[in-house]
Design a protein. Structure first.
Length: 329
């Protein structure tokens, strides 16, 4: 009986990996095991049967497209991104650039949309509904992770996103299409036009959804880049640096990037679930309790990690600074 359950799970897992990207069906009872395996191996997986209403997704996509098609002078009224607001090409404060324009928002709805024209009047409520639904799904996934890791307190991770003080962020990215001229001049080849340079996300969990345009790639453990086939009806989950620390390195934060080589525009919407600023980012006690395992990381708060992240370049390994130096035996 035990053996047959194990075989069922194993054959199920190999099926899940056929497209290289782990696939999690949230309606299936075994999803917690697939989530844990995917977070250990890739720090990344695709989610179907997620329960986020399709109307709320398409409503936001159409509002985002209307925003990005406004004249530059209108978009600049809610810029520059410092870090919140509209930004074009420049990513973060330290000189990183990409073929992308974006709108970066706090999830507390404090962003001032009033400077935008009347045509965008439905934009704030579309963001609000979408963020609410996606946060709910992110919490469900974090609870399945806790189950899969056999952590007794199911909400040990999700409570951080539900906290009123949660420091979560929402980002809309627009990658303009590659022009015929660029394609003719040899652009469009592997790595030639960076939309968003390689990086890991600093938070706990990121929930990404894009239109049907390709571009997203993830790095595997051995450093190979694999392209993520786009699927506008699904979500993609990234393990962030904070979750890597909270699982004491058992889950890995995934390195990813976007190549903007397509002749069609790419629009993506990403919810970055973060803890309150004062939260200590330390391994979950039950993951350390069993054996002699010690934390691989120094103790720090989310505020300290974020401050350090914002003084780093996009591709820096930000966790390196927070690693404990192993005691020599
Ligand atoms: C270069 C940078 C942009 C970033 C802040 C940073 O200094 C390093 C982390 C970057 C990142 C990556 C994930 C998210 O897109 C983001 C909003 C975040 O929290 O960390 C961005 C930051 C940004 O664009 O402000
Ligand atoms: O736009 C995308 O598909 C990914 C962007 C990203 O990784 C980010 O905004 O952190
Ligand atoms: Fe990212």
């Amino acid at each position: 009986m035990v053996v047959s359950c194990f075989l069922d799970l194993a054959s199920n897992l190999s099926w899940q990996y056929q497209s290289q990207i782990p696939l999690v069906d949230l309606s299936k009872p075994d999803s917690r095991h697939i989530i844990v395996k995917a977070c250990e191996e890739f720090g990344f997986f695709k989610v179907v049967n997620h329960g986020v209403p399709l109307e709320s997704i398409s409503e936001l996509e159409s509002e985002a497209l209307s925003f990005f098609s406004l004249p530059m002078s209108e978009k600049e009224k809610v810029g520059p991104a410092d870090p919140f607001g509209y930004g074009s090409k420049g990513i973060g404060p330290n000189g990183d650039v990409g073929s992308v324009e974006y709108l970066l928002l706090k999830t507390d709805h404090s962003f001032n949309f009033h400077k935008l024209p009347q045509t965008t009047e439905k934009f704030p409520s579309a963001v609000k509904d979408y963020v609410w639904a996606v946060r709910k799904m992110a919490c469900e996934i974090l609870e399945l992770m806790a189950d899969g890791l056999k952590i007794q307190q199911r909400n040990a991770l999700s409570k951080l996103l539900m906290d009123k003080q949660s420091d979560s962020v929402f980002r809309l990215n627009h990658y303009p299409p590659c022009t015929e001229l660029e394609e003719a001049s040899g652009h469009g080849g592997e790595g030639s036009r960076i939309g968003f340079g390689e990086h890991t996300d600093p938070q706990i969990i990121s929930v990404l959804r894009s239109n049907n345009t390709s571009g997203l790639q993830i790095s595997t453990r051995d450093g190979t880049w694999i392209s993520v086939p786009p699927d506008h009806t699904s979500f993609f989950i990234n393990v962030g640096d904070s979750l890597q620390v909270m699982t004491n390195g058992r889950f890995r934060s995934v390195k990813h990037r976007v190549l903007a080589n397509s002749s069609r525009p790419r629009v993506s919407m990403i919810y970055f679930g973060g803890p309150p600023l004062s939260e200590k980012i330390i391994p979950l006690p039950s993951l350390l309790a069993k054996g002699k395992e010690e934390s691989l990381y120094k103790e720090f708060t989310w505020f300290e990690y974020k401050r350090s992240a914002y003084s780093s370049r996009l591709s820096d390994n930000r966790l390196e600074l927070f690693k404990r130096v192993a005691a020599s035996s």
